[in-house]
Design a protein around this ligand. Sequence first.
Ligand code: ADP
Ligand code: MG
Length: 449
Amino acid sequence: MALQGSGFWEQCLQIISARINAQSYRTWFEQTWELKYDDDAVVIAVKNQFVADWLSSNYTQLIVDIAYQVAGKEIGIKLAIPRNGGYEEILLDVHSSNDSAPSKEVGTLNPRYTFENFVVGDFNSLAHYSAMAVADNPGGTKYNPLYIHGGVGLGKTHLLHAIGHQIKQTKPDLKVIAVTSERFIDLYITSIINKTTSRFNEVYRSADVLLVDDIQFFSGKEGIQNAFFHIFNALHHRGQQIVLTSDMPPAKIAGLEERLRSRFEWGLMVDMQQPNYEGRMAILRQKAESDGIEIPDEVLSLIAQSVTSNIRELEGTLIRLLATASIYGREIDEKLALDVIGQYGRPILSLSEKITLEDILKIVSQHIGVSPELLRGKRRTKQVALARQIAMYLARKYTGSSLQHIGNFFGRRDHSTVVHACKIIPQKDGEVQRIVSQIESELDRRTGK
Ligand code: ADP
Ligand code: MG
């Protein structure tokens, strides 16, 4: 297949081909190509209506998930079907592909989201511990409801589904219902239109374990909250397990009725935090291992240093790294990692941060493409030496570290070397000047200037 467009869809295809069997891939994906891609939407051409229908009814979730991972955010996905010399576009949407019978909800757990695949560290150990306890003894602990909250991409959905898997496996007689709040809302509205609300209520009340993801979306929706209130009471009263996730604690959800808020706080509330560097390394190692791919530790470390926002971003970066390596036949090394990290935006900067020598090391390494090891090493090739001088100059300007300390940090050099760097870098022009001011404006942003 010819490489077209931005390469975005090609990256998705690489991953899809690894996920589904070869026959299905050939049949449904091989003759798809990217028609258009911009920052928030991709249009994928398919051969005919039939392929479009098949893809949308069988592969929507997969395509949406993978596009999300590759793009690092939610984007619109359209299929384009050739028609009268042009294309007719249809939107691929997780909600539109399913019919709306509530019973369909039973058993839509992501197969990858298991306890086995879940890395535990300080940042999530409490949430993990309580999820395990609930999965071992649903309805039988004080953790009812279990309320898991935390920022995006930190593993809430993963943990919620892991509970579902575990219970299904060890207690197959129990009826586990997993639903996102958005889906719950859609189905509730549909049931009102179809006059089937009693059936709707019945389904959810029949659960032994009810897992509801992202309940913050109930905010401000009184009818839904009322419906959920009664389902919650019925289940809780019978000692059935309820697990809820949200991006914030109940008290912080605006437009949540008092009676629901207090019920959400009845059991146990646990939060999930951002992983620290060690946690990020552990996650990257686990992902690489489970994909059966060997990636040098320096490469993983580079990603763990640059991508600090959340675990989804971390995964996305790793996937882009692998996709780029396989599409362009490149070796998985630090250079590739820097390219991939650089290409998809700089690490998120928090405001008013204090700049450290490590920060300078990282930022110079990313902008110039010389590895941190080289910057701190002895080598004196022209490019490395220049990059090191830039780093020293910026370190002096931004960190308040002593000349001695800076010299020592960058390859055990004398303080006079730092003085020299500080003198000559401001005198450079052209490309050097451009890079330096680019880094400076980023550092200024970081320190809140
Ligand atoms: P949230 O629901 O909090 O936004 P998700 O559960 O969707 O986050 O997690 C985002 C991605 O990160 C998923 O692909 C998930 O498998 C992965 N992930 C999150 N936490 C972990 C973890 N502790 N170990 C391994 N993978 C994780
Ligand atoms: Mg989630």
